[in-house]
Design a protein around this ligand. Structure first.
Ligand SMILES: *Cc1c(COP(=O)(O)O)cnc(C)c1O
Length: 370
């Protein structure tokens, strides 16, 4: 790392910036442990166990021979489709190379070394990374029952605060705040602070808090909702996310983004996936039953967990890192939570019934030996 031949003077904030640690890819684990990749179950990155939307795949296959052309830089048809589905005008929609890119764009348009960003303890790892990247100060607010303490977060806002990040439901804890609490919070945050509400998992909820009305009314120009095709639509590999907000904020996003930030295959896949209600409903169903199975098994094993409505669940196993390594030897990849300061916990993504079973059986084996 410390190559003495490299004389470049990197920006100061890189010194304290970690590299984001994703869930391990199946092939890497197979190679490292000499396992058959097909025998490995990956429940580490909240991916869709049913695979991508079949309608998306069919659409993408048809346009592969058009990939010598640049994508539509404005993603017109995808914006149009989102606009129709959610009844949000196109000038209130921005698209990103995953919602991760949109979160970073929020940093680009607002953060500098004089500013602060407020987030919760146990929040999504990308918020502190984005904040640090722009040299802004991280203000981390203690959690309440592993979830967001919105009152404390509102109180943590100062004159320097430019962004507050709220994931609802939250990753990695799966906790939620009620629509009521969220609305109160939104009305209590000063209007010169961007309220970044990350709704990556909202599609899994039966009764999601409705913030779209506020966006449509344009009464809260400092509110932006971040969503993704990575989770319920199963398009994580395509990288496409979207943001809803006030036209002036969206214009700022549009200025700061790269000209062709959403590639043509991703645009095509996303457009088709929005029509794939069959795949979405099947995903919700299999997730619900899988989640119920996991919670029932955790009860049987006497393991503490945080009740979840989304496609992953946090469970307390003692030494999370050790359990992660032992599970991996048995061909099950989950996510240790030490990086989130939850070293006793692991996060398990809900998989197919047989994957969930393999995970529970392996977990039982591992725990019995510790
Ligand atoms: C998965 C996830 C996202 C989505 O990321 P993409 O870049 O769209 O794949 C955003 N926020 C949270 C909290 C997530 O867990």
């Amino acid at each position: 790392m410390n190559n003495p031949n490299c004389k470049l003077k990197f920006i100061e904030q890189l010194k304290s910036l970690p590299v984001y640690q994703p869930g391990k890819p199946i092939d890497e684990v197979a190679r490292e442990l000499g396992l058959d990749p097909h025998s490995i179950v990956k429940l580490a990155s909240n991916e869709n166990p049913l695979g991508p939307s079949p309608l998306a795949i069919a659409a993408v296959k048809k346009m592969l021979n058009q990939t010598h052309l640049y994508p539509d830089g404005n993603s017109f048809y995808l914006k149009q489709k989102l606009s129709e589905k959610f009844q949000i005008p196109q000038n209130q929609i921005s698209l990103g190379n995953g919602s991760n890119e949109l979160l970073e764009l929020a940093g680009h348009i607002l953060l500098d070394p004089q500013s602060e960003a407020v987030m919760s303890e146990y929040c999504f790892a990308v918020y502190p990374i984005v904040t640090s990247l722009f040299g802004a100060k991280l203000v981390v607010v203690k959690s309440k029952n592993y979830g967001h303490d919105l009152k404390a977060m509102a109180s943590a806002v100062t004159k320097k605060t430019k962004i507050v990040f709220v994931a609802n439901p939250n990753n990695p804890t799966g906790t939620m705040v009620s629509a009521d609490e969220l609305l109160k919070f939104i009305h209590s945050v000063p209007e010169d602070v961007l309220i970044a509400v990350d709704e990556a998992y909202i599609d899994f909820l039966d009764q999601p808090p409705d913030l779209l009305t506020l966006v449509r009314q344009k009464t809260k120009p400092n509110l932006v909702l971040f969503r993704t095709f990575s989770k319920i639509y199963g398009l994580a590999g395509f990288r496409v996310g979207y943001a809803f907000g006030h036209p002036e904020v969206i214009e700022a996003f549009e200025k700061a983004r790269e000209p062709f930030n959403v590639n043509s295959l991703a645009q095509t896949a996303a457009i088709a996936a929005l029509d794939d209600t069959k795949h979405v409903n099947k995903t919700k169903e299999i997730n619900k039953s899988g989640l119920a199975y996991l919670m029932k098994e955790f009860d049987r094993l006497g393991l503490e967990y945080i009740p979840s409505n989304v496609n992953f669940i946090l469970v307390k196993v003692g030494n999370g890192d050790l359990v992660f390594k032992e599970l991996q030897k048995l061909g099950v990849i989950i996510r240790p939570m030490g990086g989130y300061k939850l070293p006793e916990w692991i996060r398990i993504t809900v998989g197919l019934p047989q994957e969930n079973q393999k995970c529970i059986n392996s977990l039982e084996t591992v725990l019995s030996k510790l």
